[in-house]
Design a protein around this ligand. Structure first.
Ligand SMILES: [Cu+2]
Length: 130
């Protein structure tokens, strides 16, 4: 009887140890997932056509690293964020990736920097960082 009693008393401790091990494993997984989320920049798709970017308002977190996935519908466009020092050509029929990192809180402009017709001058958008 005494032996059996000891075994029973040990069980909850073992179960608790197992639970702690599972909890630790789960926390480890969570930490890994957070690291992955930080490592993989957010992808933001932007579509261009004469003389509009869609979307033309983009919200970023301060110092957030992102990848713009750019497409053009009708002609070769430029996608430029002068304040962040990045730009690329966007020919129709391809997906162009452009990495960028947001700055401090504020607003910056992006624009088409390749003449694409009458209306090109107004082809722009705003990035809100906050
Ligand atoms: Cu243009």
């Amino acid at each position: 009887m005494l032996k059996l009693h000891r075994l029973r008393a040990r069980e909850p401790r073992l179960a608790r140890r197992r639970w702690l091990a599972l909890a630790a494993a789960a926390m480890g997984t969570g930490a890994l997932m957070r690291v992955d989320a930080q490592a993989a920049p957010r992808v933001i798709k932007v579509h261009a056509r004469r003389f509009v970017f869609t979307p033309d308002h983009i919200a970023l977190a301060p110092h957030e690293s992102v990848i713009f996935e750019l497409t053009s519908q009708d002609t070769t466009m430029g996608f430029s964020i002068p304040q962040y020092g990045v730009r690329t050509d966007v020919p129709p029929g391809s997906v162009v990736k452009l990495a960028a990192t947001a700055g401090d809180v504020g607003t910056v402009q992006f624009l088409c920097d390749i003449f694409c017709g009458s209306g090109h001058e107004t082809m722009n958008g705003v990035i809100t960082v906050g």
